[in-house]
Write a protein that binds this ligand. Structure first.
Ligand code: NAD
Length: 261
């Protein structure tokens, strides 16, 4: 089974922390050269230095804001002129929580832009090289809310469904060129975002953060949160030649929390 990524170039969104960082760590361990995307150059540089380079890989980063599509397109267009991207991991911070009753049009537009429009722009930019090389992996980090909407995440649930539909449509269009498109759906994963969410719930529910954590872990059959590297390991498999016949799927990495089959 061919799980090596040696000689492959990966572009990883939201790579300065959390799941994006976990993904980058695992792709690098399997031999890929990584280009990280996020806003904070100092944090990106720090992560870049932590990536495995024992197979002679070269890692770098690009400071971008997904809120500025024009600038994103310009910078990544310049990148792909000199570097073929074999693996694209679409990932960024999740939309803020809240019910649909309270959601404003601006929240929807921002989430649609940062999640769907950016995925589309990045995919279009990298697919030309993938097509001519006959190898491409586009992996989108979404959420289990694709299968089971999560209470209190109105805008997020809505956008996640749109991204999943976009990805399925794209997977039908480009598989013939050797490009697969798949979604990874994390459940509770120990990142700064989850920590912030637990802090918010602790205040709301009048509990300590430890009590909130225990309550949330109890919802998961495995009885603990995932590490970002556990999510990253699944992404790395999907990115590898071994996953050549996996296309157009939604793969939960949630310790069994999603109730649907
Ligand atoms: P995180 O907030 O810890 O990390 C998000 C990353 O995206 C960071 O590197 C951040 O700098 C970057 N980012 C955010 N906004 C950006 C912007 N405008 N431009 C460029 N970069 C930007 O989040 P996470 O926990 O790693 O989650 C990643 C994705 O997975 C999110 O969509 C999240 O909703 C989803 N998810 C997370 C969990 C979880 O438990 N952590 C569960 C389900 C789904």
């Amino acid at each position: 089974m061919d799980m090596t990524l040696k000689g492959k170039n990966a572009l990883v969104g939201g790579g300065s922390r959390g799941i994006g960082k976990g993904v980058a760590m695992q792709l690098a361990r399997m031999g890929a050269n990584i280009t990280l995307l996020a806003r904070d150059a100092a944090k990106l540089s720090e992560v870049c230095h932590q990536l495995d380079d024992s197979q002679g890989q070269h890692h770098d980063f690009m400071s971008v804001d997904f809120g500025n599509v024009k600038d994103l397109r310009k910078k990544v267009h310049t990148l792909v002129l000199t570097k073929r991207i074999d693996i694209l991991v679409n990932n960024t911070g999740g939309p803020a929580g809240g019910t649909l009753d309270d959601a404003s049009p601006v929240e929807f537009l921002e989430a649609f832009n940062n999640h769907l429009v950016c995925n589309q722009v990045l995919s279009q930019l990298v697919m030309k090289g993938m097509k001519s090389n006959g190898y491409g992996r586009i992996i989108n980090i979404i959420s289990t809310s694709v299968k089971q909407p999560i209470d209190g995440l109105g805008v997020s649930n809505t956008i996640r469904g749109a991204v999943a539909s976009w990805a399925k449509t794209l997977s039908n269009e480009v598989a013939r060129f050797g490009i697969t498109v798949n979604n990874v759906l994390p459940g509770y994963t120990s990142t700064e975002r989850l920590d912030e969410l637990m802090g918010y719930r602790a205040t709301k529910w009048n509990m300590t953060k430890e009590e909130v954590k225990a309550k949330m872990e109890e919802e998961v059959p495995i009885k603990r949160f995932a590490t970002p590297e556990e999510v990253g390991g699944v992404v790395a498999f999907l990115a590898s030649p071994a996953a050549s016949y996996v296309n157009g799927i939604n793969m939960p990495v949630d310790g069994g929390k999603t109730k649907s089959l």
